[in-house]
Design a protein around this ligand. Structure first.
Ligand code: PRP
Length: 183
């Protein structure tokens, strides 16, 4: 019997195809951090990560932003353990910070159908922030039907099931250090 973990098989055997390497992630995140630092100078933004998937990306991203920023999190779910969005977004943990009048930058790991982002845009805009922008590491631009431009995009990707670097398969494999495609 094969006693290796799925993680080991993914990394060692090449069971999953690498879509974006650690080096590519690091380089692109540095670029995003530089752009955000420049755009938000003098604004001291509040950076809001959307749990759970954002946790690796936001940790790396904020360390490339040279500003006095605040960090908070909110948690929504539209997938559960499924691979296809339910189309219904549930708020599991709301943001704690007061965001009225603040410059808000929302951090997502992936925009897939766009359902989550649309929900977040409506909900956060209703709280009257001074500004509201979005950064996503991965963007399925062809698939998502977003009625506004996403301010900062790491990588546009095709419509494939991706895992690693925060993104899960049935809640595991978030700790893979690169982005992989599960064929
Ligand atoms: C993922 C991801 C985004 C959302 C994107 O969250 O983190 O929030 O799906 O998909 P959409 O564009 O189709 O709405 P998920 O609900 O899987 O929870 P997780 O972050 O805890 O994995």
């Amino acid at each position: 019997m094969d006693e290796r973990t799925i993680f080991e098989r993914a990394v060692l055997d090449g069971a999953f195809r690498v879509l974006i390497t650690r080096e590519e992630l690091e380089k692109r995140i540095q670029e995003l951090g530089r752009a955000i630092t420049k755009d938000y100078r003098g604004k001291d933004p509040i950076v809001i990560g959307i749990l759970n998937g954002c946790f690796v990306f936001i940790a790396d991203l904020v360390r490339t932003i040279e500003l006095d920023l605040e960090i908070d999190f909110l948690k929504i779910s539209s997938y559960g353990d499924a691979q296809v969005s339910s189309g219904q977004v549930t708020m599991l943990k709301d943001v704690n910070a007061e965001i009225g009048g603040r410059h808000v930058l929302v951090v997502e790991d992936i925009v897939d159908t766009g359902v989550s982002l649309k929900y977040l845009e409506e909900r956060l805009q209703a709280l009257n922030p001074a500004s509201l922008k979005f950064v996503t590491l991965l963007y399925k631009k062809e698939k998502a039907k977003i009625h506004f431009d996403i301010d900062y995009v790491g990588f546009e990707i095709p419509d494939e099931f991706v895992i690693g670097y925060g993104l899960d398969h049935k809640q595991i494999l978030r700790n893979l250090p690169a982005i992989y495609v599960m064929d």
